[in-house]
Design a protein around this ligand. Structure first.
Ligand code: PLP
Length: 394
């Protein structure tokens, strides 16, 4: 038998991908399945971005680039932080990587040793705990339920921090919850962090632009400039510009940490795809109205879905602030269906009425499920009708 590493044996394959796969299998077998499991915009990448990529090929940008990304793209990221967040970074505080996930992985590899603890608020993005385990460190999960709109309090953070804590994640707007921390809430967390100078903060701003009220966006670096040296911002072009397949993410943070992340990247993947870097450059420097078009569609679907789900007996959800997900509390529905876990309920929904959702336990929060509304309104209406039928039959 093969002796795989302890580190790899400690982790699971991404559960969101598993749901999509199961739904795809059923579909292939001829079953009528609506998949609300997806984690990417249903829109195509805007035309001007594709054009820039084609031009990059024609211009011969097909070779290795600087490990940390082309200078123009780093400058565009610097300009983005100035424009959108009033934050000042220099080029050596920026690292371009092969997607947001890669940025996170570089950070964890550069920052964590075995047995370091990482505070992860739940519901969390599925990959955080497994990525932390993959580098040998320990996730410490802090749960926030529907009554807190899935956001942790300063007290909870304080209680979770130990002498072994070296990092915490903040993901706002949140995948899967759809809710975002306000500037005041972040200031509350900052107060706690000031007492614990060893703790670095990874703020995952991947959904920054997918926010109903764009003036509401805040991250920790914006509200607590004194903590700047302890914050790494992780973001990318995947969600805002419907560019999930292009694989460009970026990180901004203290020079020393970014340099260490760059070292990891230099000995693992080298530069992200040259052509994608030129596409991301066009995205960041181009007309940003493409984002508004997508966000207004997401908002319309969100409003429909949250209201409709709340009229189904056994389901409760709160209005989100952004993203293309809603996180529904299904504890009453589970009781009515006489099942013990949200995984069983999601299986039943898939088998009985052909709706594929991701169970909340995949995000560290039981008795919930995540519904993605990165699909058209008619499909959402059909999905709601099926879920209602399922609930009414119980
Ligand atoms: N962070 C969050 C919260 C996400 O939801 C995702 C993608 O699902 C990522 C990071 C990673 O994005 P990318 O596709 O650029 O790796």
């Amino acid at each position: 038998d093969y002796q795989l590493s302890h580190r790899v044996n400690a982790i699971q394959p991404s559960p969101t991908l598993a749901v999509s796969q199961k739904a795809a299998e059923l579909k292939a077998a001829g079953k009528d399945v609506i998949g609300l499991g997806v984690g990417e915009p249903d829109f195509d990448t805007p035309e001007f971005i594709k054009t820039a990529a084609k031009k990059a090929i024609d211009d011969g940008h097909t070779k290795y680039t600087a490990v940390d990304g082309i200078k123009e793209l780093k400058e565009a990221v610097v300009a983005k932080f100035k424009r959108d967040n009033q934050l000042t970074y220099s080029n050596d505080e920026i690292l371009i990587s092969a997607g947001g996930k890669h940025s996170i992985y570089n950070l964890l590899t550069a920052w964590l040793d075995s047995d370091d603890e990482v505070v992860i608020p739940a519901p969390y993005w599925v990959s955080y705990p497994d990525m932390v385990k993959l580098v040998g460190a320990k996730p410490v999960i802090v749960g926030a339920g529907i009554e807190q709109r899935y956001k942790i309090t300063p007290q909870q953070l304080d209680d979770a921090i130990t002498p072994a804590t070296k990092l915490m994640f903040i993901n706002s707007p949140s995948n899967p919850a759809g809710t975002a921390y306000t500037a005041d809430e972040l200031k509350g967390l900052a107060e706690v962090l000031r007492k614990h100078p060893r703790v670095l903060v990874a703020t995952d701003d991947m959904y920054e632009h997918i926010l109903w009220n764009k003036n509401d966006f805040a991250n920790l670096a914006m509200v607590a400039p004194d903590l700047r040296d302890r914050i790494v911002i992780l973001s990318g072009v995947s969600k805002a510009y419907a560019m999930t397949g292009w694989r460009i993410g970026y990180a901004a943070g203290p020079k020393k940490i970014i340099a260490a992340m760059k070292k990891v990247q230099s000995q693992s993947t080298s530069n992200p795809t040259s052509i994608s870097q030129y596409a991301a450059l066009a995205a960041l420097n181009g007309d940003q109205s493409c984002i508004d078009t997508m966000v207004s569609a997401f908002k319309q679907r969100h409003d429909y879905l949250v209201e409709a789900l709340n009229t189904i007996d056994g389901i409760r959800c709160v209005a989100g602030d952004g993203t293309f997900y809603t996180f529904a509390n299904i504890s009453d529905l589970m009781r009515k269906a006489k099942v013990e876990t949200d995984v069983e309920l999601c299986e039943k929904l898939l088998n009985d009425v052909g709706v594929a959702l991701v169970p909340g336990s995949a995000f560290g929060t039981d008795e919930h499920c995540r519904l993605s509304f990165a699909t058209d309104l008619d499909t959402l209406k059909e999905a709601v009708a099926r879920i209602r039928k399922f609930a009414d039959k119980l």
